[in-house]
Design a protein around this ligand. Structure first.
Ligand code: TRP
Length: 333
């Protein structure tokens, strides 16, 4: 079917995926893939450099990310998985876009504002300041219709739409205004229940965790001094988060979980939660093991996906160069 909506989203290769990624984004991506959308999944390796000058693990992380994707059910025949830095068309588009955005506008992006605070005034890299612009290039190079992301990414989509509008009105109507798509599953907190699940906070369960690691992590997960198992997000957020996790990964609704554990304590609940998570993770671990046997497969998947990404973005860039009069016809380029 022609006219299938196009989806672009992705991740930075900064570490392994965890259950928060799955709930917030990957689950959605697999669903869209299986519904027949045209899927592009970016591995945003340039973005690694925005907040650190250490890329020693980037290649390893790219491989790990592809293994995570495929073991979760991403199908490389349906989803083009590609490496950002190997699609020069995206970089070229980024260069043009940097000239359409004022420094003031780039700094108004709330995600960037937070970075300014975190890094101290003046220390943030120029690359970080232009993160929203770079992400606009990622998205608009494909003329994507839909961008499934977590809430923290919404300012970048807003900026992408701004840039598309500026280009369309100043030069030529080339770009579709993409829409963000949020997951309808509530966000998971980490096992410390303070913040969202993330690698840097040490509160995550990774897809690569072993059975025993999961059991250990859940045993140590924060709860409270009350004893009964009940969902009370406001007053007992740590337990509520664990019950939510139980519900998402078992498919049971929250009230039936509460009923099941009436008169029972944390020990039993936590043992069962670890089992629920391990039941979810087992087939993923199995698939990963099989994939690891075929050492050339990851490279093959990335080569194929990246080639397709180059072809599709080149179509957009041809139009862009023409609109900008950079298609020097008489100069032999
Ligand atoms: N910044 C995103 C993240 O950290 C990854 C990303 C890069 C992305 N380019 C994108 C997501 C374009 C959506 C669209 O998760």
């Amino acid at each position: 079917m022609e006219n299938k909506k196009r989806v672009l989203t992705g991740d930075r290769p900064t570490g392994p995926l965890h259950l928060g990624h799955y709930v917030g984004s990957l689950k959605n991506r697999i669903k869209l893939q299986d519904e027949g959308y045209e899927m592009f999944n970016i591995i945003a390796d340039f973005q690694v450099l925005t907040d650190r000058l250490d890329t020693s693990e980037v290649e390893q992380n790219i491989k790990g990310l592809v293994l995570d994707y495929l073991s979760l059910g991403m199908d490389p025949k349906k989803t083009n998985i590609f490496v950002q830095s190997k699609v020069p068309q995206i970089s070229e588009l980024f260069v043009y876009f940097t000239m359409l955005v004022s420094v003031a506008r780039a700094g108004q992006n709330p995600t960037i504002k937070e970075e300014v605070k975190a890094t101290g005034k003046g220390n943030m890299s120029l690359g970080m300041l232009s993160l929203g612009v770079s992400q606009a290039a990622d998205i608009l190079a494909f003329n994507a219709d839909l961008v499934p992301v977590g809430e923290d990414q919404l300012p970048h989509i807003e900026q992408t739409r701004d840039i598309a509008k500026i280009f369309n009105s100043k030069f030529k109507e080339i770009f579709t205004l993409p829409k963000a798509m949020l997951s309808d599953t509530p966000r998971l907190l980490g096992l410390d229940a303070n913040q969202k699940m993330s690698k840097s906070r040490g509160n995550a369960i990774f897809l690569t965790d072993s059975k025993d690691e999961v059991i250990k992590k859940i045993k140590k997960a924060k709860t409270d001094s009350e004893k009964h198992i009940a969902y009370d997000k406001k007053n007992r957020p740590a337990l509520a988060n664990l019950i939510l996790m139980y519900s998402i990964f078992s498919g049971e609704d929250i009230s039936s979980i509460e009923k099941k554990y009436q008169g029972k304590g944390y020990k039993e609940f936590k043992e069962d939660l670890a089992e629920v998570l391990n039941n979810f993770l087992d087939p993923i671990r199995q698939k990963r093991k099989e994939l690891e046997k075929d050492s050339g497969f990851i490279a093959e998947v990335l080569q194929r996906g990246t080639k397709k990404a180059q072809e599709e973005t080149e179509k957009t860039l041809k139009k862009v160069r023409e609109a900008l009069k950079y298609d020097y016809k008489d100069l032999g380029f």
